[in-house]
Design a protein around this ligand. Structure first.
Ligand code: E4P
Length: 239
């Protein structure tokens, strides 16, 4: 499988059973995580626990990409962690936040260095605007992640930002892939693809909401009921 140009839905979770479930359906094209997701999903045991869990995700979904986020704001540690993650699997993408917690601007230098000198694919994360994403793309990031739900939460229009970003990257001939994450509603997934996202990250429950429709359930129940009438008592309807 050529994974270089894969676009579509990335599952935004660290839960192995959920990844297994949706990967088996053939509908996801990668996985994204962050420290908050891993804590929420119960990953513990320090670095050895993190490594064990992330290696399992990487193997489960190989060769599809998995984004793992650095857990430091120190430039040297960030590079060390990025190299360590890259050693866990060839399908690792390293997430680097667009800037430090107080707006320190060194992160883009790290993005540039990892991509240009270490052959590590970077997903620049925690971005709230097209202009931030444009700079991340210019620094050489493979993926630029706009947090659409958080943009909406601040009262701005995520769809407008995605359209603007799409136009900017296309006009610059940038190969950076637009990831839109922070999904809050099922509707976000289609809306953001329509606006120009290459990838939308979705929580498992939103994928379920996208797939299962009450009227489809009713229709399938009707088919099974009538199928049982046709074929006799051997067919049993499962609820
Ligand atoms: C995407 O890559 C992020 O992990 C995620 O979507 C962030 O979402 P949140 O706003 O729900 O924290």
């Amino acid at each position: 499988m050529n994974i270089g140009n894969l676009t579509g839905i990335f599952l935004d979770t660290g839960k192995l059973d959920e990844i297994q479930k949706y990967h088996t359906l053939g509908i996801v094209r990668g996985v994204t995580t962050n420290p908050t997701i891993l804590v929420k999903d119960g990953v513990g045991g320090g670095w050895s626990g993190i490594e064990k869990h992330c290696r399992e995700i990487l193997q489960l979904i190989d060769p599809l990409p998995v984004s793992l986020e650095v857990i430091s704001n120190d430039p040297r540690e960030m590079i060390e962690q990025a190299q360590m993650f890259a050693g866990w699997g060839k399908n690792v993408n390293v997430k680097i936040p667009i800037h430090g917690p107080e707006g320190g601007t060194e992160n883009l230098r790290i993005v540039h260095e990892l991509e240009a000198s270490h052959d590590i694919r970077v997903n620049v994360t925690a971005m709230m605007s097209a202009q931030q994403c444009l700079l991340a793309a210019m620094a050489g990031a493979t993926y630029v992640s706009l947090f659409g739900g958080r943009v909406n939460n601040m009262g701005y229009d995520s769809v407008g930002e995605i359209r603007r970003l799409r136009q900017l990257l296309d006009s610059f001939g940038s190969s950076a892939k637009i990831i839109v994450g922070s999904t809050r509603e099922v509707l976000n997934i289609i809306q953001w693809f329509e606006a120009g996202a290459d990838i939308v990250t979705a929580l498992p429950e939103l994928l379920e909401g996208m797939l299962v429709h009450p009227y489809s359930k009713e229709t399938v129940q009707m088919f099974l009921r009538d199928g049982a009438r046709l074929s006799g008592p051997r067919l049993r309807m499962k609820t």
